[in-house]
Design a protein around this ligand. Structure first.
Ligand code: PHE
Length: 342
C-alpha cells in the first residue's frame, strides 16, 4: 500500500519539479514534499514506524531512495535556473571593451564666428588678405592716424575704455587695422580685418559694450565709389544668399571722403515697411567711403598716386539680421539654450 503511494508521490513530484517555472515555484514543491511539518514524503517516513518490522526495512529503503532522488532533482533544477539567469545576464549585461570611447561632447562655432569665417572666405576669393590687430590699441592707430585728432568732436561719438597707466585703449572699431595694414603692406593692398571691438555703452536690447565688426580696405590706382559698390553688393549677396538692393546716404566718418552709410532694402518686408526697418523699407548696414587723403598720407601713401575705399560692418548686427534675433544681449550671454540653435 505505502510502497505504491511512495512511487506515485515520487513520480508526481518529479513532474512538478520539471515543470516549475521559477525558484519560487520550486520552493513550493520542496516544502510540500520534503518540508519538515507538511511534507508528504516526511509524513510517509513518520508512518514507517507503524509498519511491522519486516516491511519497515524495505519500505524504509524505498522512502530514502525517493527522498534522495527528489533532492537531486530539486538541486539540478535549481542549478538550471541559476544557469539560465546567468546566461540571460551575460546576454544583456556585457560591454565591448574594444569599442572606441564615446569621446567628449562636441560643440560648434558661435554664429558670429560662422559669419566671420564665411566673410573671410568670400574676401579671400576676391584677392583680399585677412589681417588681425590688437584689441588693446594705441590712441594713434584708433584715432589720430584715422584723421581723428584729440580735439576732434568725432571722438565723443565713440565712448572709449581707456586703459590706466598706458596710452592704450580698447579699440572702438576695427578701423585701426586699416592703418596697420597700410603700414605693413603699402600700396596696392586689399585687406579685411574681423574682430572684437568695445564701446562704453549702456547695455540694452540693441547696444552692447562688446561686439564684432569686419573692416575692409582696398588701395590701388583709380579706385572709385563704383568699386566700393561692387564689392559691397558681392559681399551682401554672399551673406544673405540672394540679390540685395542697396542705397548710399551721405555719412560722416573723418577717415573717408566722401563717406556713406550703406543701407540694404529690408529683407523681411522687401521694402514695403515693417517693424524691423521701422517702416522705412531700408536697414542701415555699414559705414564706408573713399579713404581720406590725410589717412593715406599719414601712413606714407601718396594720395596723388593712390586711392582706396574702406568699409566697416557690424558682424553682430549681421547675425541678428540673418537669424531675426531681437536682442543683442543673447549673443554674448553664454546661454546654451540660445547657442545650441545655430
Ligand atoms: N569704423 C566705423 C565705425 O565703426 C565704420 C567705418 C569703417 C566707416 C570704414 C567708414 C569706413 O563706425
Amino acid at each position: 500500500m505505502l510502497e505504491q503511494s511512495i512511487q506515485e508521490l515520487e513520480s508526481s513530484s518529479l513532474a512538478r519539479i520539471a515543470s516549475a517555472r521559477s525558484l519560487e515555484e520550486l520552493e513550493v514543491v520542496r516544502v510540500s514534499v520534503l518540508g519538515r511539518k507538511e511534507g508528504a514524503l516526511t509524513h510517509m517516513m513518520k508512518e514507517l514506524g507503524k509498519l511491522p518490522p519486516e516491511e519497515r526495512k524495505s519500505t524504509g529503503k524505498l522512502v530514502n531512495a525517493a527522498k534522495q532522488k527528489l533532492e537531486e532533482a530539486l538541486a539540478a533544477r535549481e542549478k538550471q535556473f541559476a544557469d539560465d539567469t546567468l546566461r540571460a545576464r551575460l546576454d544583456t549585461e556585457w560591454i565591448d571593451l574594444t569599442l572606441p570611447a564615446p569621446g567628449p561632447r562636441r560643440g560648434h562655432l558661435h554664429p558670429i564666428t560662422q559669419i566671420q569665417q564665411e566673410l573671410e572666405d568670400l574676401f579671400v576669393s576676391l584677392g583680399f588678405a585677412v589681417l588681425d590687430g590688437p584689441e588693446a590699441e594705441t590712441e594713434y592707430h584708433n584715432f589720430d592716424a584715422l584723421n581723428i585728432p584729440a580735439t576732434h568732436p568725432a571722438r565723443d561719438a565713440q565712448d572709449t575704455f581707456w586703459l590706466e597707466g598706458s596710452n592704450l585703449l580698447l579699440r572702438t572699431h576695427t578701423s585701426p587695422v586699416q592703418v596697420r595694414g597700410m603700414e605693413k603692406l603699402g600700396p596696392p593692398l586689399r585687406i579685411v580685418a574681423p574682430g572684437r571691438v568695445f564701446r562704453n555703452e549702456s547695455v540694452d536690447a540693441s547696444h552692447e559694450h562688446t561686439f564684432y565688426q569686419i573692416e575692409g580696405m582696398m588701395v590701388d590706382r583709380d579706385v572709385s565709389v563704383a568699386h566700393l559698390l561692387y564689392f559691397m553688393k558681392v559681399m551682401l549677396a554672399g551673406v544673405f544668399q540672394r540679390e540685395v538692393s542697396v542705397r548710399l546716404r551721405p555719412g560722416y566718418f573723418p577717415f573717408v571722403e566722401p563717406g556713406f552709410e550703406l543701407d540694404i532694402q529690408c529683407l523681411l518686408c522687401g521694402g514695403s515697411g515693417c517693424p524691423v526697418c521701422k517702416q522705412s523699407g531700408w536697414v542701415e548696414q555699414l559705414g564706408c567711403g573713399l579713404v581720406h587723403p590725410n589717412v593715406l598720407r599719414m601712413s606714407g601713401i601718396d594720395p596723388e598716386e593712390w586711392s582706396g575705399f574702406a568699409f566697416g560692418l557690424g558682424l553682430t548686427r549681421l547675425v541678428m539680421m540673418r537669424y531675426g534675433i531681437d536682442d543683442i544681449r543673447h549673443l554674448q550671454g553664454g546661454d546654451l539654450r540660445f547657442l545650441e540653435q545655430f
